[in-house]
Design a protein. Structure first.
Length: 319
């Protein structure tokens, strides 16, 4: 197959996968902008792009394109080195028109891969992957309880990630490497597809520099804003986001609580601060309760997970 057997075919695959990744990066920076101007809407977008079938298909396609881009990049580099033979060890003057990024695309690519790996660990692994596996990340409440983090609460993960001192400098280094990688790759993919002449190559280089600079510049600004917001705990103190988190948590608990012995589901009550108030006589501050005259067995399962030690009060109230 000429896409794998010929160098032109391999360069074409590199170009097509590179174009796909450029479009994804552009979409990603626009999605991040939503978190700055409308944080609650950002969480809605995160929920829409959760573990739904269309989001999973997009993730698989994106991952496949990314892996193909890496594999073909290494393949072409090895092929070029083998073609040069011992000449690569000779000390020669490099032409002035050869860009630094062109000479170091593979190294820049590895830096970008490391940056993306950190980004995936901080966000994708705790959001879409956690929703798929059911192994949710947790955080400790002021009263010492471990609460699950809803996978769709993107602003909470921004708080966790950019609240770390090292996140911003690591992201800035990764974005600089991505800028060099994209400025060369952007126009190079057109050249590989045959759009190569003295008229358009200079134009494509200018478009590549402008486009990449705008996209990476926006990413850098967003990272700085997220860091400032996280240090001010804006994503924790915002009343609108607090209500959104509570709704997500209650939805998650309601979907995962065990059924009552008699086949009845545990009923959730609306609370402002779950798990921190203990058990009152009317059970209003507990996370879960049973309706009617049911036994305390079912109540204790729900209440102990949230309040701890509520089962006795539940039984007394039921009796």
């Amino acid at each position: 197959m000429w896409l794998t057997n010929s160098s032109i075919g391999r360069k074409l695959v590199m170009s097509l996968t590179g174009a796909f990744l450029v479009l994804f990066v552009t979409f990603h920076v626009l999605m991040n902008a939503v978190a700055i101007f409308w944080p609650s809407a950002y969480n809605v977008v995160c929920e829409f792009l959760g573990a739904n079938w269309y989001a999973l298909v997009g993730t698989v396609v994106l991952a496949a394109g990314f892996l193909l881009h890496i594999i073909y990049a290494i393949w072409l580099t090895i092929q070029n080195r083998n073609a040069r033979g011992g000449d690569r060890y000779a000390v020669v003057s490099k032409p002035a028109q050869v860009e630094w990024s062109s000479q170091n695309m593979l190294v820049l690519g590895f830096v970008v891969i490391a940056f993306i790996a950190i980004h995936l660990i901080q966000f994708w692994a705790k959001m879409q992957l956690a929703e798929i596996t059911g192994n949710l990340a947790t955080f400790s409440t002021p009263c010492g309880h471990e609460m699950p983090l809803p996978p769709a609460a993107g602003t909470l993960f921004l708080q966790m990630a950019f609240g770390q001192v090292w996140t911003l400098p690591v992201y800035l280094v990764g974005l600089v490497a991505l800028w060099f990688h994209m400025t060369h790759g952007f126009w190079s993919m057109f050249q590989s597809c045959g759009w190569n002449n003295q008229l358009w190559i200079p134009r494509l280089k200018k478009i590549a520099n402008w486009w990449t600079t705008i996209v990476i510049g926006l990413f850098a600004i967003e990272a700085v804003v997220f860091t400032v917001q996280a240090n001010n705990e804006a994503y924790l103190k915002c009343p609108e986001l607090q209500g959104q988190y509570m709704e997500m948590m209650q939805k998650h608990v309601a979907e995962n609580l065990p059924a009552c012995p008699m086949g009845e589901d545990v009923v959730m009550v609306d609370v402002e601060e779950p798990c921190c108030g203990g058990c009152s006589e009317d059970k209003g501050e507990c996370c879960g309760k049973c309706e009617g005259e049911k036994s305390g067995d079912c109540c204790s399962e729900a209440a102990q997970d949230c309040c701890g030690g509520c089962s006795q009060n539940e039984e007394n109230t039921n009796n």
